[in-house]
Design a protein around this ligand. Structure first.
Ligand SMILES: [Zn+2]
Length: 328
């Protein structure tokens, strides 16, 4: 949708006081109260939770959540992008364009992990290894002392997941094999059969097991598997979203699993410091040698947009994860 952008400020409006032309910035794409000219800003925006803003349908901009999905705020599939002063976050000189352009997906993954950070030594699972899953693996590897397992769909995702720090990758199908493999990994004492006639899967029980599943997929199947491999009173963080569906969720009840939603990012607290997730990212690039740039697999000029979208759509054959448009 063109909301993941790094660029240089071309021109500023008369009301802008903190930015100047020539400055390199990334986009905090939320079209929340401030860009909409709404005062006072809502309680969610006051708390820095821009993705939970109460005013996405009000103010001087037409309805829309963020840059690229609003008639008045077209995205970065173009040489120029409009942005409110509050949406442009300056990029430190030492940060490369490649690193900077990933500030948005990195922030989504950081937020999802901060929604429920793992404890030292935990077995954690990253479910789905597209951009968000791979960013999550890098964050978990660099910032937490945990054992990371990943569930992947394509071979190139599995290779990247292992390169970034997953101990092992497990194919997304058949799902029975995922449950069986985590029985071995966690040493689960009990494998409880599915409830008769429900079409469910067996469920693991009897050990601490998997403590957190970061589910970047959001399908009924992936949630159903996650609550079966997760240990008692563990947590499944859902940062993926899919069309509504039914599934057999009794393990959620039986093992008292916490289901935690995670939507985008905002002002986050990490290491005693509260600041925008993208500012944490720029700090972490320096202090923790975070590097998610291996997920950039393809680059195209805008004219080759058909090829670019095709490579994203056919990621199984193209090997695409993050596809960039570059402007001369
Ligand atoms: Zn708001």
């Amino acid at each position: 949708m063109g909301h993941e952008v790094v660029g240089t400020i071309h021109r500023v409006g008369p009301a802008v006081t903190t930015l100047r032309p020539g400055q390199r910035v990334v986009l905090n794409p939320w079209l929340s109260c401030a860009p909409r000219g709404i005062t006072p800003i809502c309680e969610m925006c006051q708390d820095g939770q821009f993705s939970l803003c109460l005013n996405f349908k009000r103010g001087r901009l037409s309805p829309g959540l963020h840059t690229g999905v609003c008639h008045d705020a077209p995205g970065g599939y173009a040489p120029y992008v409009p942005a409110h002063e509050s949406m442009a976050i300056p990029v430190p000189d030492e940060v490369t364009d490649d690193a900077a352009v990933l500030a948005d997906p990195f922030s989504v993954s950081l937020h999802s992990i901060l929604r429920h950070p793992p404890a030292r030594g935990d077995i954690v699972v990253v479910y789905g290894c597209g951009t968000l899953g791979l960013c999550a693996i890098e964050i978990l590897k660099r910032l937490f002392d945990v054992r990371i397992y990943a569930i992947t769909r394509f071979d190139h995702q599995a290779r990247l997941a292992q390169r970034l720090g997953a101990i092992e990758t497990i194919p997304w199908q058949p799902v029975e094999n995922i449950v069986e493999r985590f029985r071995e990994i966690t040493g689960a004492r009990e494998v409880l059969p599915p409830i008769e006639g429900t079409g469910g899967l067996p469920m693991l029980h009897g050990t601490r097991g998997v403590r957190v599943v970061y589910n970047t997929v959001g399908t009924a199947e992936s949630i159903g598997v996650a609550i079966r491999i997760a240990g008692p009173r563990s947590t499944v963080v859902l940062s993926g979203v899919d069309t509504p569906a039914r599934f057999e969720w009794s393990p959620h009840y039986f093992k008292e699993i916490n289901l935690v939603g995670s939507n985008a990012f905002g002002v986050e607290e990490w290491n005693g410091k509260r600041q925008h997730a993208m500012r944490h990212y720029f700090d972490l690039l320096r202090t923790h040698r975070i590097d998610v740039t291996p997920i950039i697999t393809h680059r195209y000029p805008l004219d080759a947009y058909k090829e670019a979208f095709r490579s994203t759509h056919d990621q199984g054959t193209s090997g695409a994860v993050k596809v960039l448009f570059e402007f001369a």
